[in-house]
Design a protein around this ligand. Structure first.
Ligand SMILES: NC(=O)c1ccc[n+]([C@@H]2O[C@H](COP(=O)([O-])OP(=O)(O)OC[C@H]3O[C@@H](n4cnc5c(N)ncnc54)[C@H](OP(=O)(O)O)[C@@H]3O)[C@@H](O)[C@H]2O)c1
Length: 258
C-alpha cells in the first residue's frame, strides 16, 4: 500500500484516524481507503472482533498500519476507555469517522419504542459521545482535525417505513452543522457524507427482487453504490484538499436525491 503517487493534498501519511463500525460494510471500506492514503487507522467494532481483526490484517498485508479497538459507541464509559486506548496507541487523533450505525424499519403504526430508543442510542448518542471524546485531540490537531459523520439520503428526503432511522440521520446533519461552527476557530472541519443505497449487510434484505428493480428505476445512474464509493468521499473530506469545506453534507447517491 503506497500513498506516494497521490497529489500531496490527498495524502494522509502520518494522520491518525478512528473509524467507528470499521469491521464491516462502509466502515471497512473507509478504514481500508484511509490506510491506503497513508493514515494509521483504529478500526472500531461492537461485536465483530474477528471481522475487525481481518480488516487490520488486510491493511497490514498491504503495508498499512492499523489496530482493532472494541467498544459500543453508545456506552459512555466504553467510549472513554476506547478513545484512551486509541490515543495511547496512535499518539493522537486527526480524523474521526462516525460511521457506526444501525437501521430498523417500521411503518409508524408498527413502531416499537425499544427500537426507537436503540436507533437514537447508536446513531445519535454514539455520534455525540465519540465526537466529544475526540474533541481535545482533534482541536489539538488544528487544521488537520476532521470529523466526518455518516448520515443518509433518507435523513434529507425521508422514506416510508423509515421515520425512526430518518429522524436519527436528520439529527446527525444538525449535529454536523453545529459542530462545524464549534470547531472552526481552530481550523478543524466537520462534515457529513450522505450515501444513497449502498450494497452492505444493512441493505441486503431490502435490495432483493422487485424492490431492487423499483429502486434502480429511481436512481439516475441506474445502479446500487459500492462501499468504496463512500470511502473515496470520506478520504477526500479527510484530506488537506478539503480544508475549506465545513458543515457540508456530501451526497453520494447516484442522483437519487438531487
Ligand atoms: N448501506 C447503506 O445503503 C447506507 C446508506 C446510508 C447511510 N448508511 C450509513 O452508513 C453507516 C454504515 O452502514 P453499513 O451499511 O456499512 O452498515 P453495516 O454493514 O450494518 O455495518 C455496521 C457497522 O456498525 C457497527 N456498529 C453497529 N452498532 C455499533 C455500536 N453500538 N458500536 C460500535 N459499532 C457498531 C458494526 O459493528 P459490529 O459488526 O462489530 O457490530 C458494523 O461495523 C451507517 O451509519 C449507516 O446508517 C448506510
Amino acid at each position: 500500500m503506497t500513498s506516494s503517487n497521490l497529489p500531496a493534498s490527498l495524502d494522509l501519511t502520518g494522520r491518525c484516524a478512528l473509524v467507528t463500525g470499521g469491521s464491516r460494510g462502509i466502515g471497512r471500506a473507509i478504514a481500508t481507503v484511509l490506510a491506503a492514503r497513508g493514515a494509521h487507522v483504529a478500526v472500531n467494532y461492537a461485536r465483530g472482533e474477528a471481522a475487525a481483526n481481518e480488516v487490520v490484517s488486510a491493511i497490514e498485508a498491504e503495508g498499512g498500519k492499523a489496530l482493532a479497538v472494541g467498544f459500543d459507541v453508545s456506552d459512555a464509559d466504553a467510549v472513554k476507555e476506547g478513545f484512551k486506548q486509541v490515543g495511547e496507541a496512535l499518539g493522537g487523533l486527526d480524523i474521526l469517522v462516525n460511521n457506526a450505525g444501525i437501521s430498523i424499519d417500521a411503518l409508524l403504526m408498527r413502531v416499537k419504542e425499544d427500537d426507537w430508543e436503540a436507533l437514537q442510542r447508536v446513531n445519535l448518542r454514539g455520534t455525540l459521545l465519540c465526537s466529544k471524546a475526540a474533541a481535545r485531540p482533534l482541536l489539538k490537531a488544528k487544521t488537520r482535525g476532521r470529523i466526518i459523520n455518516l448520515t443518509s439520503v433518507v435523513g434529507e428526503q425521508g422514506n416510508a417505513g423509515q421515520s425512526m432511522y430518518a429522524a436519527t440521520k436528520a439529527g446527525v446533519i444538525g449535529m454536523t452543522k453545529s459542530l462545524a461552527r464549534e470547531f472552526s476557530s481552530r481550523g478543524c472541519t466537520v462534515n457529513a457524507v450522505a450515501p444513497g443505497f449502498i450494497q452492505t449487510d444493512m441493505t441486503d434484505a431490502a435490495l432483493q427482487g422487485d424492490a431492487r428493480e423499483a429502486l434502480l428505476g429511481n436512481i439516475p445512474l441506474g445502479r446500487i453504490g459500492a462501499p468504496d464509493e463512500i470511502a473515496e468521499a470520506v478520504a477526500f473530506l479527510a484530506s488537506d484538499a478539503a480544508a475549506y469545506i465545513t458543515g457540508h453534507v456530501l451526497r453520494v447517491n447516484g442522483g437519487l436525491l438531487i
